[in-house]
Design a protein around this ligand. Structure first.
Ligand SMILES: [Zn+2]
Length: 278
């Protein structure tokens, strides 16, 4: 029996990503604050459909917006790890990264009663220490790498990349990688960003983007008997009205096409069984 899994994932950053980039004037902060509106809309939609999703919530959001995060838990969604302060591990020392990881896990434990099973790095940029730290702190899966699309795989430690030399594969670890892609992330498609050095235009047609996202599911169905497709969204991005309508249509189309929706923790557990049974 073919089985095509979809993980709807929401990175509930609110203001954290703007603060981590030094954008602390009122307007960027309010842009993050809009995530509270978006989260209510997403929770209402998922609740009406009986779907459970995975919310990667920075410790910052848990401690700044406790009621919004309690609503996520109350609705039965998975809460996963997305750092405390939304600083990419690639920019941190090992000690800084571990301290932030522990602090965020403590916030999640206070919110949900248990530490996180899954991790997604801010801005999808791991350090060479991340895989080891995640394993040391009891994480079961990561969702920050792009080495596959429909097949989870085992994250490696110790890959070697040096200019002028062939690539050196490190060793596989027990950490399950649930791969992602910028093409399946709402942020680059939709967000207009202007800094002194860069302009990201974003602001694409929501219906067009959602049609591409549905095609990704169709291609998975066409090419593999079993697979997991992960969509990444941010409440302050997807939560705008016309995007919500397009997202609602995507979910309806996925349901009609036979998608099996589950949390990432559940999908990782299923992937792990398949990997280690084979
Ligand atoms: Zn984020």
């Amino acid at each position: 029996m073919p089985r095509h899994i979809v993980c709807l994932t929401f990175d509930f950053d609110t203001q954290s990503g703007f603060i981590a980039r030094g954008m602390t004037t009122p307007t960027p902060l309010s842009r993050g604050e809009f995530g509270l509106v978006g989260a209510r809309r997403i929770l209402a939609l998922l609740g009406s459909l009986g779907l459970r999703a995975t919310w990667f919530i920075p410790g910052f959001t848990i401690e700044s917006h406790p009621h919004a995060c309690e609503a996520v838990v109350r609705e039965g969604h998975e809460v996963a790890h997305h750092s405390w302060a939304h600083v990419p591990p690639a920019e941190q020392t090992r000690a800084e990264e571990e301290a932030d990881l522990v602090r965020a896990n403590e916030a999640i434990a206070r919110l949900t009663g248990r530490t996180a099973r899954g991790y997604r790095s801010p801005s999808w940029d791991l350090s060479e220490n991340t895989v080891d730290l995640l394993l040391a702190h009891g994480l079961v899966y990561d969702s920050s790498l792009m080495g596959a699309d429909y097949w989870p795989y085992r994250a490696r430690r110790g890959d070697r990349a040096e200019l002028g030399k062939p690539f050196g594969f490190g060793t596989e670890t027990p950490l399950i990688e649930m791969p992602i892609s910028w093409s399946l992330d709402d942020f680059p498609h939709f967000e207009f960003v202007r800094t002194p050095t860069v302009v990201l235009p974003g602001l694409q047609s929501a219906r067009t983007v959602m049609e591409s996202w549905l095609d990704e599911f169709r291609y998975m169905q066409k090419t593999v008997d079993w697979g997991v497709l992960t969509y990444t969204m941010h409440p302050y991005v997807i939560g705008r009205g016309y995007r919500m309508l397009a997202f609602e249509q995507l979910v309806a189309n996925l349901q009609a096409a036979g998608a099996v929706f589950m949390t990432m923790e559940e999908a990782a557990a299923e992937a792990r069984e398949r990997m280690f049974a084979a």
